[in-house]
Ligand binder design. Structure first.
Ligand SMILES: NC(=O)c1ccc[n+]([C@@H]2O[C@H](COP(=O)([O-])OP(=O)(O)OC[C@H]3O[C@@H](n4cnc5c(N)ncnc54)[C@H](OP(=O)(O)O)[C@@H]3O)[C@@H](O)[C@H]2O)c1
Length: 307
């Protein structure tokens, strides 16, 4: 099979497309023919050596959608040909034509989506869900500010927050205003022209998919007892002290594999209440362009590889 491997941490030049033997599934695993592999910032951060703690050589990628090709002898939940998707809980790597996956980690693919669309869903949908509802405890009629609202996590977060009846405010560049309108965003802030903390009324929750200075400025728009969920990196001691000084709270959740949450997301996709937006699709051979697009920081929705 064709797969991408990284033998040395570094820039895009460390992405190698290689011919490997397809893995053999154990009794509790299935072999999935990957039809789409979602690209996430964590992939290229790990490629650079600053993301997950992986051993080399490493096949990148956590998100996949595909078809069951071989079923382990103890697997009852899936038959050959079943259409499935998942966020892998370890470092098996989805930038490959085949991946052996524990059957317990797989969820039936939404019927309403193609494999390319479905491959973009798991990591960002679980991150958005856990940021809004687990860490953020968002309730109907609360106000939530979502930074990078047009990005992978952001565009799902906007839709999930609308779904529970929250009032949504989102930051993006002007080119994304019309797109975010189509998602039902209530209030748009062009971060290149306006300082959001000067124009946004207090919010109960901030989902910060940008970090750094954006995180610090977000404290100015939080209502008393508000909460900020920051996604790019853990809070520093200085940032934690700042939260206490301001009488607000914050957290850095790391996305967890929760199949029951992904099943709820499937329901929303199949009911037409959630859309996944594909920014661009690249063949495995052009993995360099896929990483470059994601690293640009300006994807609208998801970058996908099609092995
Ligand atoms: N903690 C976790 O478990 C976890 C899980 C998933 C993701 N993350 C992190 O969350 C972050 C976002 O991930 P993602 O997949 O959503 O990234 P992404 O899809 O690459 O984000 C791209 C988006 O960022 C927007 N953007 C760039 N600079 C901005 C700014 N200053 N203000 C507002 N929007 C801005 C761009 O909008 P414009 O083109 O309009 O500028 C673009 O739509 C990354 O740091 C990622 O590592 C963390």
């Amino acid at each position: 099979m064709e797969a991408v491997r990284v033998h040395r941490f570094g820039g895009v030049e460390s992405l190698r497309v290689e011919s490997l033997s397809a893995p053999a599934p154990s009794a509790t695993e299935v072999l999935v023919r990957v039809r789409g592999a979602g690209v996430n910032p964590y992939d290229w951060m790990t490629r650079e050596g600053s993301g997950a703690d992986v051993s080399l050589p490493w096949i990148p990628g956590w998100d996949l959608s595909g078809t069951v090709d071989v079923v382990g002898s103890d697997v009852r939940a899936f038959d050959v040909g079943a259409e499935v998707f998942a966020m892998l809980a370890d470092q098996r790597g989805t930038y490959a034509e085949y991946v052996a996956v524990p059957a317990a980690n797989l969820v039936p693919k939404p019927e309403a989506t193609t494999h390319v669309e479905a491959a973009g869903v798991p990591m960002v949908a679980l991150t958005a869900w856990q940021a809004l509802f687990d860490a953020g405890r968002l309730r109907p009629n609360q106000r939530v500010l979502i930074h990078a609202a047009a990005g992978g996590v952001g565009h799902v977060a906007v839709q999930l927050a609308n779904w529970v009846g929250a009032e949504t405010v989102g930051t993006a560049s002007g080119a994304n205003r019309a797109y975010l309108d189509t998602l039902g965003l209530d209030e748009f802030v062009n971060y290149r022209e306006q300082r959001f903390e000067e124009v946004v009324d207090p919010v109960d929750l901030v989902v910060d998919a940008v970090g750094g200075e954006t995180f610090v400025r977000s404290l100015d728009v939080l209502a008393p007892d508000g909460h900020v969920v920051t996604l790019p990196r853990p809070l520093t001691d200085a940032e934690s002290e700042l939260l206490t000084e301001r009488g607000v709270s914050g957290s850095y959740p790391v996305v967890q594999w929760r199949p029951e949450q992904l099943r709820s997301v499937v329901g929303l996709l199949d009911d037409g209440r959630l859309d996944v937006r594909v920014d661009s699709v690249f063949p495995l051979d052009d993995v360099v362009s896929a990483h470059e697009r994601s690293e640009s920081g300006h994807a609208r929705g998801k970058v996908i590889l099609e092995p």
